[in-house]
Design a protein around this ligand. Sequence first.
Ligand SMILES: Cc1cc2nc3c(=O)[nH]c(=O)nc-3n(C[C@H](O)[C@H](O)[C@H](O)COP(=O)(O)OP(=O)(O)OC[C@H]3O[C@@H](n4cnc5c(N)ncnc54)[C@H](O)[C@@H]3O)c2cc1C
Length: 428
Amino acid sequence: MNQNILIIGAGVAGLACAQQLIKQGYNVRLFEASNRYGGRVKPLLGFSDRHLEAGGQTIHHPDNDYYKMAIEAGAQLEIGGDLVGSIYDPIQKKVITYKEFENLYQKESQSLDDFIQDRNQQDEPVLQRLQNKQYNMEFIHLFQALYGSEYGASIEKIGARAIGRYEFDMPMFVSDFEIENHFHHINIFDKFFKDAIQIIEYNKQVLSIKIIDQKVLVDINGEQNEQNEQNEQNVQNKYQFDYVVCCVPITQLKKLIIEPAFDETRQKQINLVGMDKGGKFFIKLDKKFLQHEEDFFIPKFNHNSLWWDSSSENDSIIIGLLGLSAHNRVMEIGIEEFAKEVIQIINEQYQVDLNVLSYHYEDWGNTPFIEGLYSYPMSGIDDNYRQIISAPHLNRLFFAGEAFHPVYYSTIHGAYESGINAAKQIIK
Ligand SMILES: Cc1cc2nc3c(=O)[nH]c(=O)nc-3n(C[C@H](O)[C@H](O)[C@H](O)COP(=O)(O)OP(=O)(O)OC[C@H]3O[C@@H](n4cnc5c(N)ncnc54)[C@H](O)[C@@H]3O)c2cc1C
């Protein structure tokens, strides 16, 4: 209990880990590089009268503690149900429902089943697999949405084998839950991670972690602020701990100096975990777009994005999850032009007459200390890469965060569980 522990990063993983260790009586410090907690969980306030999340939103499984905590905190969770949606059919040159698409284009609609079937075959990037297996590449917008944006990835890089195995490993009962009342994930953090939030030391970016003689030495790039100045030890930029739990995104782990360095096998796997730039694009429209309850829609863009309707009674809102090529398009033409371009394409393909009232781009690709959406496996990665990258380093340095959950990576509840697991490893 006298051991000093440092948690790096105040996202859901770091907060969950810190909370657990504080409860057990450990001396815990929590360094956060930015000036806020939550990481990739962040409410989008002031855009609509509907509660919107700028980052993580859906709870993907009900059989986990994070789901239970959400209910206990007061969130009203509604099951997503059968996916209802529409897609632009470039062959008939019109929009069809997803059900119609499934009937008309069975091969393309079963591509995920094929990935599962082929999960033990040689690996190749999804784009290559689709081309080799002669899928109709007119539907590239569908593949870019489902295997690009949805996986936070680029279909040129994400591995087909890893997708097949990921989907196969999922428990049979998989459902998506949306929070339906005016409630944000951050409210769940505020209720359950109170002690952890209190100890956060902001604007402290860890630069290096060195394990020497059973101690962990940490260098930071810290700014002085009022909060920091109260604590004398913070005046210096070097710290010593018994254990460190690193809860930063994989993009940031790749930048850290770690000594002794990881062995070659592990470093290779870390290098093959991708996390592309991207973000969430919000557009408020002058009139209601989708007349029936459609969960998602996939117009044919030249970039990877997945869109859904998130209207309230008063506001008509659409949201796009933008992958790398869509993000690059925003950077190229600017946020306003991108909103107009998207609506012009929707107007043409859906034969509607929508106008943009306002827009917002939550740019996770350029958010300092995050720099991307979420982790994904690149082609050529080992089957058990998540286990390899999350093993404790010399029993002093531990890892948590969405990238380090063996099954539910890229999710809020996976990141939460990974934080709890890291705490358990130390308590053991
Ligand atoms: C647009 C978008 C949509 C998403 N949608 C969903 C969804 O619907 N459902 C779902 O389950 N998940 C979703 N996710 C994923 C989910 O949000 C993340 O998996 C989860 O929030 C990650 O938590 P984490 O604690 O691992 O990392 P983060 O939340 O990224 O926290 C890491 C923290 O570490 C800090 N940090 C980084 N480097 C350093 C350093 N060197 N020193 C100190 N601190 C540092 C960062 O500032 C950050 O606060 C989405 C993510 C995005 C971006």
